[in-house]
Write a protein that binds this ligand. Structure first.
Ligand code: SF4
Ligand code: SF4
Length: 361
């Protein structure tokens, strides 16, 4: 059985075929999934941070307006929200309350965090609202963590303590939340891949996933890191050897498909049809049809401070932006290779390529 029971290395649009059918009929649909950036600032300085260009101003979303808009999102059909984005979501002073409110609106909630400021008190309050939480740790030792996250060496212990507290509380309260650890692979942390297998299995997280670096077009600190075929092979063998010899329950997910796709450097689809299915809310309250195009008017289609979600989702600006991405955007030149919607775009490209005689199933 695949270790990736969350389909992290794939996509899950198959389970939203009603929305896909509406899209096929050219209806303007509400997103299934949203990403929301509660703040623009972070307490870490990761070498690979795709949003390093966005950390200049200290901005936080107004919790009252945000919660009103989240209620509207739930009514209009948004199914899930991940809080992440430009900064560290746990730094928003009302994050716990916002997450609880989101869940009460019938929306699945998740958080991607560096986890460092988490503690028993925060996890006690936050975990019951979450479907999943992902700790971006990217290291197995204090030295590597300090180097890769641009932070003091003592910080690793703090993050590991926070992670262990989250796992303990989940277990003691029998909470259905999934707790994962993400390891973004770059030159500076490759030696930590093997020790991380044992470390995070011993902590009993639900999964440990290895993901490729991905360069954001606006990123300041570009490293141009790529993966050779032998490197991919060697990572896969290490992971497989560990999985075969371990009885740990932690799923180990090497995102090989994403790593290979990133390495190819070629988009496996020619136009972007994914924008109707997701959206991004920046820490300034601006709604974007794609998170890669922050500060780009072609993708910024409204503000939660001046418009309702109904006005934003079904407004002319969003319609125009979606049509632009489908027909005029030169994804090979402008887009982030292997962006978050890459697998969905491959699926939609397949659907658009209708063969003859479809009724002979
Ligand atoms: S923790 Fe996340 S937002 Fe903060 S610097 Fe690292 S990658 Fe960027
Ligand atoms: S293909 Fe381009 S526009 Fe579409 S989701 Fe990816 S980065 Fe955004």
């Amino acid at each position: 059985m695949s270790q990736d029971r969350f389909a992290i290395d794939g996509h899950k649009l198959y389970w939203h075929l009603d929305r896909v059918a509406d899209w096929q009929k050219n209806r303007l649909i509400a997103p299934v999934y949203m990403e929301i950036s509660p703040v623009s600032y972070c307490n870490h300085h990761c070498l690979f941070c795709g949003l390093d260009f966005a950390h200049n101003e200290s901005v936080a979303l107004d919790a009252g307006i945000l919660m009103t808009r989240i209620e509207e999102m739930g009514r209009l059909g948004v199914k899930s929200i991940m809080f992440a984005g430009e900064g560290e979501p746990l730094l928003h002073p009302r994050m716990v309350e916002i997450a609880a409110h989101t869940k009460s609106c019938g929306i699945d909630v998740s958080i991607t965090t560096n986890g460092m400021i988490g503690n028993a008190g925060i996890w006690e309050e936050l975990l019951p609202s979450l479907t999943w939480v992902r700790f971006s740790i990217d290291a197995a030792t204090s030295e590597t963590y300090a180097k890769v996250h641009g932070i003091s060496p003592g910080s690793f212990d703090r993050t590991i303590t926070s992670l262990k507290e989250a796992v303990r509380i989940k277990r003691e309260r029998d909470l259905p939340v999934t707790i994962g650890v993400q390891f973004l692979m770059i030159h500076q942390n490759l030696a930590d891949i093997e020790p991380s297998l044992q470390l995070y299995s011993d902590i009993c997280v639900d999964y440990l996933s290895f993901k490729p670096y991905s360069e954001h077009p606006q990123m300041i600190n570009k490293s141009g890191f790529t993966y050779s075929a032998s490197m991919i092979d060697s990572i896969e063998k290490s992971v497989q050897a560990f999985v075969n010899g371990s009885s740990a329950k932690t799923a180990i997910i090497f995102r090989k498909a994403a790593t290979e796709a990133y390495n190819d450097g070629v988009q496996r689809f020619t136009s972007c049809c994914a924008l109707p299915f997701w959206g991004y809310l920046s820490s300034k309250g601006d709604f974007y049809t794609c998170s890669v195009y922050l500060n780009d008017d072609r993708f910024m289609v409204g503000s939660i401070y001046t418009e309702t979600m109904e006005e934003i989702f079904f407004g002319e600006k969003r319609k125009k932006s979606i049509a632009f991405a489908e027909t005029n955007l030169e994804i090979g030149h402008e887009c982030r290779v292997n962006c978050r919607m890459a697998r969905i775009n491959e699926f939609l490209a397949f659907l658009n390529d209708r063969p003859d005689h479809v009724n002979f199933i």
